[in-house]
Design a protein around this ligand. Structure first.
Ligand SMILES: [Zn+2]
Length: 194
């Protein structure tokens, strides 16, 4: 049994995505060997994160305002196509799609299950009001069972809308997570969407 301080930190790290008890323990022992100034730097970076990072009220992606910007760079960018919105589960998926340089529309982060429903309602209301006028919704979800279920659920939700609903699943590896798909595969999936 580890000491209470070690145990406490292992518990905290174990809550991180994809981090199990073993990795969490490795982090803690790594930190024990890390010089104090590096620890201070880490603590400072974590504590300013919540202060500096804002969540975009339109697409729910996080961004760091340089001045007093209220919305993120994607939503504010006049050169992007405001008639198409790409729905992703999380921000790393947005990054993966953005890297392909194939997509120039808007994004929308669905987030975890608990918040997804509420966010989708907000999006539907906005599309109904034609703000902006969305013609196409791209469902860019993982081609895993969980992703497929979400896609089906979203398609049912969007039935009341007149816009075109397309799925990005084509060409993505079966049981693949979008964030791990290579750029070429993602580019092909974006081009071949139906
Ligand atoms: Zn935004």
């Amino acid at each position: 049994m580890f000491s209470p301080s070690i145990q406490k930190l292992i518990e905290l790290f174990s809550k991180f995505p994809t981090i199990g008890h073993r990795s969490a323990s490795r982090f803690v022992f790594y930190l024990i060997e890390t010089p104090q100034e590096k620890i201070e730097e880490l603590i400072k970076s974590i504590s300013v994160l919540k202060e500096k990072i804002k969540v975009c009220p339109l697409c729910f992606s996080s961004f760091e305002p340089e001045r007093e910007e209220k919305i993120c760079g994607f939503c504010a960018d006049e050169s992007r196509d405001k008639s198409v919105v790409c729905l992703v589960e999380k921000e790393v998926d947005l990054e993966a799609i953005e890297k392909t340089k194939q997509y120039k529309g808007l994004y929308f982060i669905l987030g975890k299950k608990e918040i997804m429903e509420q966010r989708v309602e907000i999006l539907i209301e906005r599309i109904k009001k034609n703000e902006p006028k969305i013609k196409e919704i791209i469902l860019a979800l993982n081609s895993t069972a969980g992703g497929e279920n979400t896609s089906l659920w979203l398609q049912r939700k969007f039935k009341i809308l007149t816009c075109n609903i397309v799925q990005l699943g084509r060409g993505l590896p079966v049981n693949g997570e979008l964030e791990y798909a290579d750029e070429e595969t993602l580019s092909a999936a974006l081009e071949g969407r139906k």
